[in-house]
Design a protein around this ligand. Structure first.
Ligand code: PHE
Length: 338
């Protein structure tokens, strides 16, 4: 019996396993039902008691050696073998809880859809910008105090490279690379060096709108904004425009929408009945000229709104910081909105 075991051990060592079919042959030869090792175990049963201890030990070692060779060869050949836990692919998967869209994404999508219905395309631009696209081309003279309206993050203390403070930089890029008629909106992230509070954050999202063509008038701007407000906040919504100032628009305005309390007075509108929603105006001729568009021939309007603010008004969210904390208890509340 000892001899047989030695011979089997040698054979197992010398057996060359080069492919999966060799491996299977090896397994059958040594561990299969009629294989050598089960046969040896049968013989083992009939041994006299005195020999059992010694022989049992080497027989078990032989079995182990063969098993190790199977596992190792299988690993080398990257095939599954009997000793590996097999996965039943037919079992149903564990259910993962469904996620939900972030309220900023929900509102951004809705606004894009509203404007695409009236022919606006979507444009994109970089978040790291240069002074020219964010300020100079938009009629902010250098050293002009209007630059302080937007506290800027500069990169490496370089006054020319900065994080865009508004998406108006994208209108400059669009006007530089295409010719009128231009009808586009640009959603994106913007950055301002402001203290974080319930009302403001140093990172937020804007959507810029730009329309440049022959004979574009303030009436077109008003009509477009009215359509937008009714689509977003409901058919009964009224708008009002108040004069304002932006260096890149002349005249400039701010648009308010009527509050859903209908002037009865509520906290959201601070009892005024109106909610401030966006800035807008007619593109300043200087801006058109800087972008090589003839201001004698073309006119245009632009507007810019904050997505956080719109979502805040739409869903009565009290604190802007909630958007960035990713607390699932907050986010789950939007799971019904697609
Ligand atoms: N860029 C302005 C802001 O961030 C908004 C705006 C855009 C105003 C376009 C007028 C026209 O405050």
């Amino acid at each position: 019996m000892q001899d047989k075991i030695d011979k089997t051990l040698k054979e197992a060592h010398n057996f060359e396993v080069e492919n999966p079919s060799d491996l299977e042959k090896f397994r059958i030869r040594f561990l299969g039902k009629k294989g050598i090792i089960p046969e040896l175990f049968d013989e083992f049963k009939n041994l006299p008691h005195s020999e059992k201890k010694e022989t049992g030990k080497i027989l078990n070692e032989l079995k182990k050696t063969v098993q190790v060779k199977i596992v190792e060869s299988a690993r080398k050949l990257s095939v599954k073998h009997e000793n590996q836990i097999s996965i039943d692919l037919t079992l149903p998967a564990e259910q993962l809880p469904a996620g939900s869209r972030h309220p900023i994404s929900v509102v951004r999508k809705e606004i894009i859809e509203i404007f695409s219905r009236i022919g606006f395309t979507v444009s994109d631009g970089p978040e790291i910008e240069d002074d020219w696209h964010v300020f100079s081309a938009l009629n902010f003279p250098s050293e002009h105090p209007a630059r302080d309206m937007q506290d800027t993050f500069f990169i490496f203390k370089n006054p020319d490279i900065l994080l865009r403070t508004h998406t108006s930089s994208v209108q400059v890029r669009v006007m530089n690379s295409t010719r009128p008629p231009i009808r586009t909106i640009s959603p994106g992230r913007v950055f301002r060096n402001e203290a974080i509070s319930a009302r403001s954050h140093c990172i937020f999202h804007q959507i810029e709108g730009l329309y440049v063509d022959e004979n574009v008038s303030f009436a077109d701007l008003k009509q477009t904004l009215q359509f937008f407000a009714k689509e977003l906040f409901g058919e009964d919504t009224k708008i009002r425009l108040r004069p304002s100032f932006f260096p890149f628009t002349e005249p400039s305005g701010e648009m308010d929408v009527s509050c859903s309390c209908k002037g009865e007075g509520c906290k959201l509108c601070k009892n005024t009945g109106w909610l401030e929603v966006l800035g807008c105006g007619m593109v300043d001729p200087n801006v058109l000229r800087d972008c090589n568009i003839d201001p004698e021939k073309y006119t245009g309007f632009a507007f810019g709104l904050g997505i956080e603010r719109i979502a805040l008004l739409k869903y009565d969210i009290k604190d802007i910081r909630l958007y960035f904390e990713n607390d699932v208890r907050f986010l789950n509340q939007f799971s019904a909105i697609i």
